[in-house]
Design a protein around this ligand. Structure first.
Ligand SMILES: [Zn+2]
Length: 392
């Protein structure tokens, strides 16, 4: 009587092992993709080193040059290389965890190829994509740069295929060269990126990319959403920089909702929640339009009118733009010794409060006012905790 054969014992040697897989042309490896971290896990199943197999990782497709595969800090498959050296021994004892990296946009197909005894077996193909979602800044307007005391004024998202930013027409798409063409000084430009080392950063880059590609934007909620003088603390109205910030906040929120593992979800929430009351970058408190009364409020109105006229000239949808000052106009007395309180103090916790005017100085005091606002500007991103400046 022939003995009963185990179902998977294809080569009929009484042992279910990798040789059975080989005889059936199955890859005796399990390749798993961690949906949360985007890592590949390679598990070897019952194929001893003595079989003399080689295992290589292969890239195919037009984006082959863009994707880098690493084992820890060791590069397994570098840019512009389509096939790795043998990694069989790396998967010999423990699971091999491979991470996908790359700084330039491009997709390719990855597969593991096992060769043994002139037999070649390939794993299922895995589509991988590296995307870039940078923030670019330009100096758009010298007057505005002086007003806010910063080098740059205007920001947009460079998702490689095009730039998304907020202009006089609201949300717009265009080329990088078009974006740069509107600079007042073309040598003043900057590029920042959500830090590469930040937890699941590439997944957030990819989410920003996908949202930009599908025009799935986080839009301000107000009826007239676009306002240069918007405050930082709500998203009813927005300027160009707050819009950029909100696209990254949306991507973080979207990724969070897709994380499957509870521990990874908890870590993600710990890292990204509430560094600045739920924002990724802090707001900047600006004191502008410092002038003798009637001053600041007049200047704000003048700036608003100027912007309104400019928007109208360029044919913008005026119903969606309202440049009104959302900050506080703070009056003060100027007298020997400096500035003194004139009734209203700025509500920002870090803003210095002016002392009471001493009675002896009353006759010398003159009425002044200044405009205070906490808003989102390019400097909020430059040097922030979550973003790093990279080569333009
Ligand atoms: Zn203030």
């Amino acid at each position: 009587m022939p003995r009963a054969k185990l179902v998977a014992d294809v080569n009929d040697d009484g042992v279910c092992d990798g040789q059975d897989d080989l005889d059936k042309n199955y890859l005796p490896l399990i390749v798993a993709v961690n949906e949360d971290t985007q890592e590949l896990t390679v598990k070897k199943v019952g194929l001893p080193a003595s079989y003399g197999a080689t295992l290589k990782l292969k890239k195919t497709g037009s984006g082959t040059g863009k994707v880098v595969v690493k084992d820890g800090n060791t590069i397994i498959l570098d840019e512009n290389i389509s096939e790795s050296s043998d990694i069989f021994s790396k998967a010999e004892n423990d699971d091999l965890i491979l991470t996908l990296e790359g700084a330039s946009i491009g997709g390719c197909t990855l597969e593991l190829v096992l060769s043994i005894n002139n037999t070649t077996i390939a794993s299922d193909q895995i589509m991988v994509k590296v995307v870039r979602s940078d923030v670019v800044f330009r100096r758009g307007n010298d007057g505005l740069a002086t007003l806010i005391g910063e080098t740059f004024t205007h920001g947009g998202i460079d998702w490689e295929i095009e730039i998304v930013d907020v202009g006089d027409f609201g949300i717009q798409q265009g080329s990088l060269s078009d974006f740069e063409a509107e600079a007042s000084n073309s040598s003043l430009k900057a590029r920042v990126r959500l830090k590469k080392e930040s937890y699941m950063s590439r997944r957030i880059w990819a989410k920003v990319f996908d949202n930009m590609q599908s025009e799935n934007y986080a839009r301000p909620t107000g009826a007239k959403p676009w306002n240069l003088f918007t405050t930082y603390d709500n998203y009813e109205t927005s300027n160009c920089n707050e819009f950029v910030h909100e696209q990254f906040r949306k991507a973080v929120s979207d990724v969070y909702s897709e994380i499957i593992s509870l521990s990874q979800s908890s870590l993600f929430a710990f890292i990204y929640s509430d560094p600045y009351n739920g924002k990724l970058v802090p707001g900047k408190h600006k004191v502008t339009f410092d002038s003798r009364i009637p001053g600041a409020s007049m200047a704000v109105v003048a700036a608003r009118t100027l912007l309104y006229v400019r928007a109208k000239k360029e044919g913008a949808v005026l119903t969606e733009i309202e440049n009104h000052f959302e900050g506080q106009i703070i009056p003060y007395f100027l007298a020997p010794g400096g500035r003194y309180a004139a009734g209203i103090q700025c509500s920002h916790p870090q803003c210095p409060k002016y002392p009471e005017l001493p009675l002896r100085l009353f006759i010398l005091a003159t009425d002044w006012e200044e405009a205070h606002i906490t808003t989102t500007t390019p400097e909020c991103f430059l040097g922030s905790t979550f973003f790093e400046t990279i080569t333009y």
